[in-house]
Design a protein around this ligand. Structure first.
Ligand SMILES: [Zn+2]
Ligand SMILES: [Zn+2]
Length: 172
């Protein structure tokens, strides 16, 4: 559960232990969604008039393609998160650019829009399958991480232009 009654919150901090599913309607069609439900744990408390504060952890798994070799990659994403929520009608709400605005008329504070944004900010857009991924061969397109006899690249290394020049010089 990721929505909290505002009156109850004002009286007492809430323990947050919920999940945001990849199928949740909060996601936009174009969003890179988590592979599994995001696990959200922490504490949500009142922080003065019209303000609430969430401190906790967001954990999920991002799916993508390695930016060099295009194989599927999953990346564990773990965030220690501090979020400030401010009622849209609170004094000075416009100036609090790091805070998430919420509608006090709704009676509830829904953490999902903020969690979605945090995910979009922190999930890797261009992951690597490993730090030293050698990528695809620009000549033949094969995966250079594989041995030549396992479907990898069998291109001969290009001749270094400096050697070519030297060779030209010696045959003259
Ligand atoms: Zn790769
Ligand atoms: Zn090649």
């Amino acid at each position: 559960m990721l929505s909290f009654d505002l009156r109850a919150l004002e009286a007492r901090a809430a323990v947050v232990d919920g999940a945001l599913a990849p199928s949740d309607p909060i996601w936009d069609a174009a969003d890179p969604r988590p592979l599994e439900p995001l696990r959200v744990t922490g504490r949500l408390s009142s922080a003065g008039a019209g303000h609430f504060y969430f401190r906790g952890r967001v954990e999920g798994v991002a799916a993508g393609e390695c930016r060099r070799c295009l194989t599927d990659v999953t990346t564990a994403v773990e965030l220690d998160t501090h979020l400030v929520f401010v009622a849209a009608d609170a004094e000075g709400a416009d100036e609090e650019s790091d805070a998430y605005a919420f509608d006090p008329e709704a009676g509830e504070l829904d953490l999902r829009p903020a969690l979605r944004e945090e995910w979009l900010l922190h999930a890797p857009s261009f992951p690597l399958c490993r730090d030293d991924c050698r990528g695809l061969c620009p000549t033949c397109g094969a995966d250079r991480n594989l041995a030549a006899d396992a479907g990898g690249c069998a291109c001969r290394p290009a001749l270094d232009p400096r050697w070519a020049a030297l060779r030209g010089a010696t045959t003259d």
